[in-house]
Design a protein around this ligand. Structure first.
Ligand SMILES: Cc1ncc(COP(=O)(O)O)c(C=O)c1O
Length: 360
């Protein structure tokens, strides 16, 4: 009569693995998570510290994050605050969106692995189309799949992680014309690409735009932002847990947006320049082929050596990148490298040169 301890847990959870958050050795160079390598200057930390010191910790935060939405709506999207839905990172927004959907979620893979993980934990069926061999989206195939599988939601990343490639506006317009269910565009890397498909939302209110503070330099805050039709926002607010954004995140984000956005924008511009420098240096290494990228990372194909071995040896040099070679057949032999500071990038390139010589 001894029922298994875990018998009450859904089978898809039992068979899942936690998101791979590897233990990073002390002092390692992290080029795996698309973080901004530059922290904010000490004066800004000081300013934030002084302000946050006065926050009452005995009170719940503002559950509607109204002050922050009042600020972000106009400044980030040119939209009133009722178009915004905020989450504890964009991952939480994805979770809320998936919980709202009754039918399948259609993805174009390879893409951000969290989409599948969140679909799995919310027991949502995933349908996929495969990107073209050059890793661009085959819109004809996507539209055909949308007619066949009738998804509740189509989710695309623009630019895509891990390819770094963008969607084509005219093709997206066609998709919006042909598909009336939810369409979510994850623009996590918009700060680097500076190209948004937000204007299409005026014509097609089923289009939602997802952004995050993480990639432009505030990953520690955990703040994701969805811009959507207010009717969609109202429904999502029924799913959102009441105080999903803590008081410190709200306050810090308000101060940074009011006073320090130009500092982050400068860093982002600098990172875009460093990305091109890094791509040029990598291209000079034998067998290393970086793909063009509109984001703050490069997808790199390794020819003539085992990419996983390259990844492993870089880790031995305490340089952590992401081995995506087993994520999808189209990514065989591929590694994803986040752009670091100039010194960090040079360190990576020297280590890579050494490793490739040894593997010849
Ligand atoms: C496409 C994409 N969307 C969302 C995220 C996660 O963002 P957040 O830190 O806001 O949860 C990432 C992180 O790598 C990403 O690549």
């Amino acid at each position: 009569m001894s029922a298994s301890l875990l018998s009450w847990i859904r089978p898809e959870i039992l068979s899942a693995s936690p998101y791979p958050l590897e233990r990073i050795p002390e002092g390692a160079l992290r080029l795996d998570a698309m973080e901004n390598p530059f922290d904010l200057p000490p004066e800004i930390h000081q300013r934030l510290g002084e302000d946050l010191a006065d926050l009452p910790l005995n009170r719940y935060p503002d559950g509607s994050a109204q002050e922050l939405k009042n600020l972000l709506g106009p400044s980030l999207f040119g939209l009133p605050p009722d178009h915004l839905f905020l989450g504890n990172g964009s991952d939480e927004i994805l979770l809320n969106l998936f919980l709202a959907t009754p039918g399948p979620i259609l993805l174009a893979e390879p893409t951000f692995s969290m989409y599948r993980i969140i679909a799995n934990i919310t027991a949502r069926k995933v349908e996929t189309v495969t990107l073209s061999p050059d890793l661009t989206l085959d819109m004809t195939a996507l539209i055909a799949a949308s007619k066949k599988v009738k998804p509740s939601l189509i989710l695309l990343s623009h630019p895509n992680n891990p390819t770094g490639l963008e969607l084509v506006e005219e093709e997206m317009r066609q998709l919006c014309k042909d598909f009336s269910g939810g369409i979510l565009l994850d623009e996590a890397y918009y700060p680097f690409s500076r190209r948004t498909l937000l204007p299409l939302q005026r014509e097609f209110p089923q289009l939602m735009i997802l952004r995050t503070f993480s990639k432009m330099g505030l990953a520690a805050l955990r703040l994701g932002i969805l811009a959507a039709d207010p009717k969609i926002v109202s429904e999502l607010n029924k799913i959102r847990l009441p105080y999903n954004l803590d008081a410190m995140t709200q306050r810090a984000a308000v101060i940074i947006c009011r006073e320090f956005l130009p500092v982050l924008n400068e860093q982002v511009k600098w990172i875009v320049g460093l990305r091109e420098e890094l791509a040029a240096s990598l291209r000079r290494l034998p067998g290393i082929e970086p793909l063009p990228s509109s984001a703050n990372f490069l997808l790199v194909r390794v020819n003539g050596a085992n990419s996983t071995e390259v990844y492993r040896q870089l880790a031995e040099h305490k340089i952590i990148i992401r081995d995506v070679s087993r994520q999808h057949p189209l990514l065989a032999g591929c590694l994803r490298i986040t752009v670091g500071t100039r010194e960090e990038n040079e360190h990576l390139v020297s280590a890579l040169e050494l490793i490739l010589k040894g593997l010849k």
